[in-house]
Design a protein around this ligand. Structure first.
Ligand code: SF4
Length: 246
């Protein structure tokens, strides 16, 4: 199958109804650039100052975090949870997606992004030429806020060390934050700028390139915003030497 035709098929499966073959002409593609100040890939290594853990130790360390989360009563969200949702995926993932917090389905199953928004995230990951099992998916808070409300700042602050430890263990080449809350959870200094303005711009979390984009749940409500998310994800793909036309 022609590569562009194949890409169109993938985009259609994602529900990119606004796209046509005209949309995908080369001269209309969004600019794809590496993280600012970095070479396209090799220079974007995390600047953590400890040696990376071997796989077996990563698995063990992530399981340790999950077991601590399962017992955690660090904030009020422990009172209403059914299950904790520590996160899941490849301990050696190149990309780590970070959302806000578990929803109803995630709370029920103890897994991140398994509801409708999660299905869309999985499609996005696959359109990026990755499998869901190849990446790591986590949230800023590991317990469901009642009624899916936004986590309070003190809840995020209390829970953040778990996510930071996961990031330190996995050392992804790129972090992708999904929605404003996830971005502010990791980079609180951006709390005054709207996600619409800041998405698509490379930021950095502890030396790791970070791409902020919209949350998949927002895309379900506003399908027209899938296009900018796809532009953001093409920037992430470029870091891994992938392009939409492969
Ligand atoms: S949200 Fe985080 S800090 Fe709060 S109880 Fe759950 S695991 Fe603990």
């Amino acid at each position: 199958m022609d590569p562009i035709e194949n890409q169109l098929r993938i985009l259609k499966s994602l529900g990119f109804g606004v796209l046509t073959d005209v949309d995908l002409k080369e001269d209309e593609q969004p600019a794809v650039s590496a993280p600012s100040g970095a070479e396209p890939r090799s220079a974007a290594e995390p600047s953590l100052d400890v040696a990376p853990l071997p796989l077996a130790e990563r698995v063990e360390a992530l399981a340790q975090i999950a077991s601590e989360v399962a017992e955690c009563q660090g904030c009020r969200l422990c009172n209403s949870r059914t299950n904790t949702v520590p996160g899941e995926g490849n301990p050696e993932a190149g990309i780590m997606f970070v959302g806000e917090g578990p929803g109803a389905e995630e709370d029920k199953r103890g897994r991140p992004f398994v509801g409708r928004a999660g299905e869309l995230l999985t499609k996005i990951i696959e359109a990026m030429q990755f499998r869901r099992e190849e990446v790591f998916i986590a949230n800023v808070v590991k317990c469901r806020p009642p009624g899916n409300r936004t986590p309070e700042p003190d809840e995020m602050e209390t829970c953040l060390p778990y996510l930071k430890r996961q990031i330190e263990i996995i050392r992804p080449k790129v972090l992708v934050t999904l929605g404003k809350t996830a971005l502010v959870g990791l980079l609180p200094e951006h709390n005054r700028i709207g996600i619409t303005k800041i998405r698509g711009r490379w930021l950095e979390f502890e030396g790791i390139p970070l791409m902020p984009t919209f949350h998949p749940a927002y895309l379900l409500r506003s399908p027209a915003q899938k296009r900018p998310v796809w532009e953001d994800m093409q920037q992430v793909m470029a870091v891994f030497g992938k392009s939409a036309k492969q």
